[in-house]
Design a protein around this ligand. Structure first.
Ligand code: LLP
Length: 431
């Protein structure tokens, strides 16, 4: 995808750079992001709304991959930003992120986090629960500071890939339930709060979604509900935030919709249901994470040991694993890969790609067809840009790999490789 191709040396190239030269320069494991692809995706999301002349905010759900450089990139692309913790907010502030474009999520924001966000005067809080709402009321009164909020509600629609489920009562740790009166109670309270402006509603129905039905159902519920609340208490739905979850391709089995199809469907649905119940068209906000950075990233590993079990399985181990990509172990997520140093060599074997952690579950890919591999080979795994570095750990005291941005034949070291000394940085000697 994007600017990835096979060059004359039969090497994988990304962003105009030979991956093997990146490995020589930076070592392995190595995360590489083709940032022209990230920018392209950001522009596609925004353009899809502009083409329809719809007021919108596209907020990067930065939990997918957060660091200073990606925040700087998103700010330059004029994206809004979804943060979910004091740490993400702090990093955004370090990047001088335009404060009004920041939306603050989370189901247990601490006092320190709330105060940091109020100090920076962010664009809005996505309020998750009564506890947070009351804290926000107190702090804004104390500080005589106005703050916009969205109420996060659970519409009783859950979507994953091709399936969606509708449940009468949603058992979720997030948000106010639409079905049991709690959302209405929260709205009544919030509308009485002197420094709080309820701009609208938020919902997030799931991740890696390939169909539009789930979004449509959630939109219908939120708009119909807003109509009732408009009549009962004068609530105006000015912003409808439908969250993230747009799918990407990890393997050939994944068939995500083009970005403009997801967006056109959202717009069509909001237009049709608001027309039906005679409400004005709200702004549409979305929060894509995975779909902005996921397939722009690859991971490069050095091949190491093998364990060949005749008639059973060939294990091929690489110099990373669940510490840099927990998704296969945690979610049974599927990936694919190639030997980056000889992409088009004939397939001869089937290998199961093992990580180097002391854990049987540390497997990256099962049954990957490859040429006969040895320790001179470099394995490239595709679509590792979302929830890879973001969820990386130091399990087994394995340092985190560096992150390289590439674009138009240039490479930039966005995050340095962790050293063993870094692992000791916070530690104190007992004796
Ligand atoms: N908005 C909210 C409120 C969310 O909870 C999430 C993801 C997003 C937006 C962005 O969703 P995306 O567009 O990236 O699908 N670690 C898991 C995914 C967890 C997603 C959590 N929330 C994974 O690796 O698949």
């Amino acid at each position: 995808t994007g600017t990835m191709k096979i060059n004359k040396a039969n090497h994988l190239e990304i962003g105009g750079i030979d991956t093997i030269s990146l490995v020589e320069k930076y070592g392995t494991p190595l995360y590489v992001y083709d940032i022209s692809q990230v920018k392209h995706k950001a522009q596609m999301f925004k353009k899809a709304f502009q083409d329809r002349k719809i007021k919108a905010q596209v907020a990067y759900a930065s939990k997918a991959f957060s660091c200073l450089a990606i925040y700087q990139l998103m700010a330059k692309e004029e994206m809004s930003l979804d943060v979910v913790s004091g740490g993400e907010l702090f990093t955004a502030i370090q990047a001088d992120y335009p404060s009004k474009k920041i939306h603050f999520h989370g189901n247990n924001k601490s006092d320190a986090e709330i105060i940091a966000a109020l100090d920076y005067n962010i664009g809005c809080f996505v309020v998750d629960n009564f506890y947070e709402l009351e804290k926000l009321n107190q702090y804004t009164k104390q500080r005589k500071q106005n703050m916009s909020i969205l109420l996060r509600v659970t519409p009783g629609v859950e979507a994953h890939t091709h399936e969606y489920i509708t449940t009468g009562q949603t058992d979720s740790k997030f948000g106010f339930d639409l079905n049991n009166g709690q959302a209405q109670q929260a709205l009544q309270l919030a509308m009485q709060m002197p420094y709080i402006d309820v701009m609208g509603l938020h919902c997030h129905i799931g991740s890696q979604i390939f169909e539009t039905e789930g979004f449509s159902l959630a939109i219908d519920k939120l708009v119909m509900q807003s109509k009732e609340w408009h009549e009962a208490m004068g609530f105006d739905l000015r912003v409808l935030n439908v969250g993230g979850g747009f799918g990407i391709r990890y393997t050939s089995e994944d068939e995500p919709l083009p970005i403009e199809d997801y967006i056109n469907n959202l717009i069509d649905e909001v237009q049709s249901v608001t027309t039906k119940v005679q409400l004005p068209m709200p702004e549409i906000w979305i929060e894509p994470g995975r779909s902005l950075v996921g397939d722009a990233g690859i991971t490069l590993y050095q091949v190491g040991s093998q364990k060949i079990i005749p008639d059973v399985r060939n294990y091929l181990a690489i110099d990373g694993g669940m510490t840099d990509n927990i998704r296969p172990a945690l979610y049974d997520a599927k990936y694919t890969g190639v030997l980056a140093n000889r992409v088009e060599d004939a397939v001869e074997e089937t290998y199961s790609i093992a990580g180097k952690c002391c854990e049987s579950g540390d497997m990256l890919i099962w049954d990957l067809p490859l040429p006969k591999a040895d320790d001179k080979d470099v394995l490239a795994v595709f679509s590792t840009g979302a929830y890879g570095y973001a969820m990386a750990s130091n399990y087994n005291r394995i340092p985190r790999p560096p992150v390289i941005f590439v674009e138009n034949g240039k490479d930039f070291l966005a995050i340095k490789r962790e050293s063993y000394a870094d692992l000791m940085r916070l530690e104190r000697s007992l004796y």
